[in-house]
Design a protein around this ligand. Structure first.
Ligand code: CP
Length: 311
C-alpha cells in the first residue's frame, strides 16, 4: 500500500487498511529507539512545526523526539509565547508558518474542527494532535498499537473505555479505530459523562464499572476533563472515585490477563488508584514508548520519507 493522504486529522475518515498500514510502519520504527544511535536520515531536509494551543507533555515531546530521530528539523511554538496573544488569528498564524516553507504542522487546539479548517487552506501536511473533545488520532493509533502488541490482534477484542467519555477526544479516536479493526467496544461511566445516543456509533454502554470490566480484554481509563466540563456533572471528585474509580476491588472479577491502559495525564486516586496504574496489568508507560514509534511512522508517511534511509 502507498500512503496518499496529505493530512492526519482523525481516525473516523481512515480505512482499516490505512490504520493497519500506519501500525505496521510503526513496528519498524520501534527498533530505531533501541539503537545506540537513535537516529535515521529518513526525513533529512524536512521541517516540522509543533503548534500547540493547549498544554501537553506526551504528545508534544514525542512528536519532537520522533522528528529528531528521523533527522527532520523541528520547531516548537506555544500559543502563550506566540503572536496569538497579540490578537493574530489562527489562519494568519498558520499562513505565516507556511510562508517559512515548512513540510508538516502538528497542531493541538481547544476548538473541535480547527485542524480540518486549516488543512483546507494550507499546503503543508497537518496532523491533529487533539482538537477539543473531537479526535486525537495519534493517541488512538498508539492505543491500537499497544493492544495489538500485547494481545496479538484487535479483531474480536473486548475493549471498555471508562470515565469521561463525553469530553474525551481519546475516546472518540479509540472508538473509531477499534470498530474499524473489528473490536467489540463498550463505554462505562456516569450517565452525565456519556454522550446521548453513543450506542449509534456501535458501542455498548455500562453505568457500573464492575459489570463492564467482567469480560473485558482491555480497559482504557480516561481522565476527568475538568477543563472542558460545565459544573454539576457529578457531585465531587471524591464521590466519582468512590463510585467509578478503577481500583483493585472493582477489578476482582476481571479476567486474569486484563490489560490496563490510560492515555495520561493521570489523576492518581481519582479515575484510577496508584496500585492499579502501576500494577502488573498496566501498560501505561508502554503506551508512551509506542507513541514515539507511531508518531515516527505518521511523520514518515506524511512527509514522504525515504525508506532506504531506515536501515
Ligand atoms: N495523552 C496525551 O495527549 O497527553 P498530553 O496531553 O500530555 O499530550
Amino acid at each position: 500500500m502507498k500512503w496518499k493522504r496529505k493530512d492526519l486529522l482523525g481516525l473516523e475518515e481512515l480505512s482499516a487498511q490505512e490504520i493497519e498500514f500506519i501500525l505496521d510502519t510503526a513496528e519498524s520504527f520501534k527498533e530505531v529507539s533501541l539503537r545506540p544511535i537513535k537516529k535515521v536520515p529518513a526525513l533529512r531536509g524536512k521541517t516540522i512545526v509543533n503548534l500547540f494551543f493547549e498544554p501537553s507533555t506526551r504528545t508534544r515531546t514525542s512528536f519532537e523526539l520522533a522528528a529528531k530521530r528521523l533527522s527532520a528539523d523541528m520547531v516548537n511554538i506555544s500559543a502563550s509565547t506566540s503572536s496569538v496573544v497579540k490578537g493574530e488569528t489562527l489562519k494568519d498564524t498558520a499562513k505565516n508558518i507556511e510562508a517559512m516553507k515548512v513540510d508538516v504542522i502538528i497542531m493541538r487546539h481547544s476548538l473541535p474542527g480547527a485542524p480540518y479548517f486549516l488543512a483546507k487552506i494550507i499546503g503543508p501536511s497537518l496532523i491533529n494532535a487533539g482538537d477539543g473533545a473531537h479526535e486525537h488520532p495519534t493517541q488512538g493509533l498508539l492505543d491500537l498499537f499497544t493492544m495489538r502488541e500485547n494481545k496479538g490482534r484487535i479483531k474480536g477484542l473486548k475493549v471498555v473505555i471508562i470515565g469521561d467519555i463525553a469530553h474525551s477526544r481519546v475516546a472518540r479516536s479509540n472508538i473509531w479505530g477499534l470498530l474499524k479493526l473489528g473490536a467489540e467496544v463498550a463505554v462505562a461511566g456516569p450517565a452525565t459523562l456519556i454522550p446521548p445516543q453513543i450506542e449509534r456509533m456501535g458501542v455498548k454502554v455500562y453505568y457500573r464499572v464492575e459489570e463492564a470490566v467482567r469480560k473485558a480484554d482491555v480497559i482504557n481509563v480516561l481522565r476527568i476533563q475538568l477543563e472542558r466540563q460545565k459544573t454539576g456533572l457529578f457531585p465531587s471528585l471524591r464521590e466519582y472515585r468512590q463510585i467509578f474509580g478503577v481500583n483493585r476491588e472493582r477489578l476482582k472479577d476481571a479476567r486474569p490477563d486484563l490489560l490496563i491502559m490510560h492515555p495520561g495525564p493521570i489523576n492518581r486516586g481519582v479515575e484510577i488508584d496508584p496500585d492499579v496504574a502501576d500494577g502488573p496489568h498496566s501498560v501505561i508507560l508502554d503506551q508512551v514508548t509506542n507513541g514515539l514509534a507511531v508518531r515516527m511512522a505518521v511523520l514518515y508517511l506524511l512527509a514522504g520519507g525515504k525508506s532506504e534511509a531506515i536501515d
